[in-house]
Design a binder for this molecule. Structure first.
Ligand code: DP6
Length: 368
């Protein structure tokens, strides 16, 4: 170590992807949700991002995705421009970002939630370190969630372990349109072993960008009913969480998934994102549930892939069902075996933080 101050800083975080059970669809103002949503984070699908602040050369932003100049760079540049109003120190440095996903690019998993979640955590850590604020505090997570939301709405739910709610709801006084809150109290252990088998029907690029899809809710004929439905579904789902009611869980989750697609089908212009194989999977999942009595259900984001949700204790039976009956309807027989992310009493010790804010010589040591 030279001992010479280099004024370079590094923050590196891992952030999971999440899957919504009650869907965010439609916005108001800047990146605020039309209705509250509820999700859980995944265990195996995550993004790792490092942010380096330096004063070498004169390139303001370098963005590398899996080692090569990333196509996401323009969106990141716009984002950094926007958040620099809140993080004025950003203007004093050149920024080098390296990012990688644990899941393949063509897996049909939306990466904006984990990407902006990880980036926001890095920026929050740097900000708190510069201002000497307490890292392990509710304010830290709130700020990370706000910064994540500004990049992609669903990302604000990814910074917390397990379940979180984003959007004002009467259910929680502390809920907000600006940031997500973690939901931990009183959830039945029945849900701690949730599994998510992501059945890949089509891994191609998205037919409708989320930002375009959200705009279709402006003036949508069902807008008011949708808002009311999402509030009711959040209440019902939370009741199911508290009582361990799997049947109610299944009813709400499938209602949300199909409502999201019904909204897309009835907007102008309208979109049908489900493929024949998506429908085949849905009907087979329902038939399997009826015949076997095993509590399985599906959720779907704004695309054709089907998330088959089930419980730990049924793993063997459900995996056999997937292999025997479902894989034939997946693109090249592909699926991703994922599960709910693990909880920890202290979010900062949940193992997602790979390295802490460092500077000067320590930084040199870390990257060498
Ligand atoms: C259908 O968070 O991707 O997955 O805020 O425009 O980046 P932007 O949208 P995004 O929308 C996700 C919509 C959804 C439902 C959900 O995750 O709640």
């Amino acid at each position: 170590m030279s001992g010479k101050a280099k004024h370079q800083y590094l923050s590196k975080w891992r952030c999971p992807s999440n899957i919504a059970l009650v869907k965010y669809w439609g916005k108001h103002d800047f990146q605020k949700p039309m209705n509250p949503s509820l999700s859980f984070v995944l265990q195996n699908a995550f993004t790792e991002t490092s942010v380096e602040l330096h004063k070498d050369g004169n390139q303001k932003l370098e963005f590398y995705f899996e080692g090569v100049v990333g196509s996401f760079g323009d969106r990141i540049e716009k984002y950094l421009d926007h958040v620099s109003a809140e993080l004025p120190w950003l203007n004093k440095y050149n920024i080098r970002i390296h990012s990688r996903n644990s899941f393949p690019h063509s897996a049909g998993i939306a990466s904006s939630a984990s990407s902006f979640g990880a980036l926001a955590l890095c920026l929050t850590e740097l900000d708190f370190a510069f201002s000497g604020k307490e890292m392990d505090s509710p304010e830290f997570w709130q700020k990370a969630s706000i910064l994540a939301r500004m990049g992609s709405g669903s990302a604000c739910r990814s910074v917390y372990p397990v379940f979180s709610i984003w959007g004002k709801t009467k259910l929680f006084e502390s809920s907000s349109d600006e940031y997500a809150i973690p939901v931990t109290e009183g959830i039945s252990p029945v849900f701690s072993g949730l599994r998510d088998a992501i059945l890949l029907v089509d891994s191609g690029t998205k037919e409708v960008a989320s930002s375009v899809g959200h705009r279709l809710m402006e003036g949508h004929i069902y807008q008011r009913s949708r808002i009311a439905q999402a509030h009711e579904n959040i209440n019902e789902l939370y009741l199911a969480f508290l009582s361990g009611d799997q049947e109610k869980f299944i009813t709400v989750v499938e209602n949300e998934a199909l409502s999201l697609h019904a909204l897309m089908m009835t907007s102008y212009p309208s979109f049908i994102l489900l493929k024949p194989n998506s429908l085949e999977l849905i009907s087979r999942i329902r038939r399997f549930r009826d015949k076997s009595g095993i509590p399985v259900c599906f959720t779907i984001d704004a695309g054709p892939n089907i998330h088959l949700l089930y419980f730990e204790e049924n793993e063997l039976d459900v995996k056999a069902f997937i292999e025997e009956e479902l894989l034939v309807f997946c693109e090249n027989g592909k699926w991703i075996d994922d599960r709910i992310g693990e909880a920890s009493p202290n979010p900062s010790k949940r193992g997602v933080k790979e390295s802490v804010f460092v500077d000067d010589c320590i930084f040199e040591k870390l990257i060498s």
